[in-house]
Structure formats: structure tokens, C-alpha cells
Design a binder for this molecule. Structure first.
Ligand SMILES: C[S@@+](CC[C@H](N)C(=O)[O-])C[C@H]1O[C@@H](n2cnc3c(N)ncnc32)[C@H](O)[C@@H]1O
Length: 252
């Protein structure tokens, strides 16, 4: 913050910062000198800039489909087993948080059926529009694709039974605020499914060590601190580099 005080345009920058803090829609301030001053009302970013590629207005969706929906990606290869392990039922209301290109769109929509609800949420407007169009083309009326801010899923209280967070938790810049919003969105007894990378110094690939800020123990503590209890781990065939954990909302 010291360099911020010395910035020659500090008056203007402060005015911008104040306006953004007062506006619920504005989540980050890009005024020079304010790069790290994020505008989540409750916490500082744990990983500034981690989502920049997804927020790029020129994001090429096809390029990301080629990265996310390829056999060489463990999550893609194991997708059918993951869907089985999530164990959705007709009528369930599920939020796929950080849905990306919509890898789980059709199988989740099928699983919850016409009486269920599938919220496909992402901070990336391009991904959301892509999923919206795919769902419309496929006539999936139970699907709602929504853009959410970086610190909240913005779903009404008690509106979902399951929150699915696959390869996304380590992208949450405001994990406590986001998990608190997920807890509020879950109905009593609601559950979170978390899939993320094993991160073990000395064992994990250098890319994982660099890209994923912490391992399962830290993430579990953070999620529990937001009002959840770890139920346990599910072994999913095909997942070698990732774990699958289930949490339940703690009542009271
Ligand atoms: C590595 S991709 C994973 C996409 C998808 N879950 C999959 O496994 O194919 C991470 C996604 O999380 C989204 N994301 C990051 N932070 C988010 C947040 N706070 N709320 C919702 N989505 C977020 C990104 O925009 C991106 O689409």
C-alpha cells in the first residue's frame, strides 16, 4: 500500500476505489497502483490474477474446449465415473460452480432430469454464454447458466442440494466469501463435492506445485471454517492426480 500513497493520481484512484467498494457489482480495481486492492468486502484475494485468462474479453472458447475436454485430462477421462460418484438423483438441484466449458452439462442435466435444476455458474461471461447456447440447443430447460462474481455464487438461500466444485477451488480468489455463499445457497443437509489436485511437495508435478496454492488439508480446513463438515473421501476410478471429497453443511 505504500506505493499506492505515493501514486501521483491517488485522488482519482481513491475515488475509483471508493466507487467500486460501494458498488456490489465491482470486484476488482485495475487502476495502476491498485492492482492488489481487490474489492471483496470480506477478504483479500488469496491468488490475485489467477483467473485473468478466463476473464479476458477476447477469450477463445474453442481453445479452452480443446484444453478441458480432451482425453489427456484426467478429469475428462474419468468424467463418467465422477458423475456416478456424485450420485445425483431426479429432482436434485445442483450447482456446477466454475462450470468452465460445460464438461458436466449434459450428464448432470440428465441425472437431475426435467424436475431438477442445474445451475451452471462461472465468472467468465464467455463460458456462461457458451453453456447457455449449448443448453438451449439441447432443449435442457432444467439448466440455468449464470455469471457470478468472484466472491459469491449469488444463489438464493436454500436453492440447491449439491454444490459441485471440480478443479475450481484453487481458482477461488476469495475462498471464505465464496464458500459462505455456497453454504447459504445449500438447503439443510446439502453437500459439497470437491475435486482438486493432490499437492504433495516432492511428489506432485512442478506445474501442480506452482499452480495449486495448497493441498487437501488446507482446503479442508478452509471449507470447514465456512460451516461444513468433511464426510469423507470417495475413490473414483481414473482419478490418480486428484481427490474427491464430500462435505456436509453444518446446521446452526
Ligand atoms: C480449471 S477451470 C475448470 C472448469 C470445469 N470445472 C472443468 O473441470 O472442466 C476453472 C474454472 O473456474 C472458474 N472460476 C474461477 N473462480 C471462480 C469463482 N469464484 N466462481 C465461479 N467460477 C470460478 C473459471 O472461470 C474457470 O472456468
Amino acid at each position: 500500500m505504500t506505493h499506492m500513497i505515493r501514486h501521483p493520481r491517488r485522488g482519482l484512484a481513491r475515488a475509483v476505489a471508493l466507487a467500486c467498494l460501494l458498488s456490489a457489482g465491482c470486484r476488482s480495481i485495475s487502476t495502476p497502483g491498485f492492482e492488489q486492492m481487490t474489492a471483496s468486502k470480506h477478504e483479500a484475494s488469496v491468488r490475485p490474477g489467477v483467473n485473468e485468462p478466463y476473464l479476458d474479453p477476447n477469450l477463445d472458447v474453442a481453445q479452452w474446449v480443446n484444453r478441458f475436454e480432451v482425453e489427456s485430462r484426467e478429469i475428462y477421462e474419468a468424467r463418467a465415473e465422477i458423475v456416478r460418484a456424485v450420485a445425483l438423483r431426479p429432482g436434485h438441484r445442483v450447482a456446477d460452480i466454475g462450470a468452465g466449458t460445460g464438461l458436466f452439462l449434459e450428464p448432470f442435466a440428465d441425472a437431475v432430469g426435467a424436475t431438477g435444476r442445474l445451475y451452471e455458474l462461472d465468472i467468465s461471461p464467455k463460458f456462461v454464454e457458451h453453456i447457455r447456447q449449448r443448453a438451449a440447443r439441447a432443449g435442457l430447460t432444467q439448466v440455468e447458466a449464470r455469471q457470478c462474481p468472484e466472491d459469491s455464487v449469488n444463489l438464493p438461500a436454500g436453492s440447491i442440494d449439491i454444490a459441485f466444485i471440480c478443479d475450481v477451488y484453487h481458482h477461488f480468489e476469495y475462498p471464505h466469501s465464496t464458500m459462505t455463499s455456497i453454504r447459504n445457497a445449500l438447503a439443510p443437509g446439502g453437500e459439497v463435492v470437491l475435486i482438486d489436485f493432490e499437492r504433495n511437495p516432492g511428489q506432485s508435478r512442478p506445474w501442480v506445485l506452482e499452480h495449486v496454492r495448497a493441498g487437501r488439508d488446507v482446503f479442508t480446513k478452509e471449507i470447514e471454517a465456512a460451516g461444513f463438515r468433511l464426510l469423507g473421501e470417495t475413490t473414483v476410478p481414473g482419478l490418480r492426480e486428484s481427490y474427491f471429497l464430500r462435505f456436509r453443511r453444518v446446521e446452526g
